[in-house]
Design a protein around this ligand. Sequence first.
Ligand code: 9UX
Length: 69
Amino acid sequence: MTELVLNIDGMTCGGCVKSVSGILGTMAGVAEVQVSLEEKRATVDYDAAVVSPQELAAAVADAGFDVSF
Ligand code: 9UX
């Protein structure tokens, strides 16, 4: 398992946290997701053989957030 920290701008309430958790948590290859509203980031444990950091970031960006890693 590989860990990725995504810096996410644009999360402003608990609903956003749920959205981001849901998006990442349902992606193939993702084992665990922790999202912090205060720290504006998501920590993702994922299988690098299945999904890439670019794909993980793009999925969150598609939902309207500003993502970098
Ligand atoms: Mo809260 Mo986030 O009303 O997309 S859910 S700001």
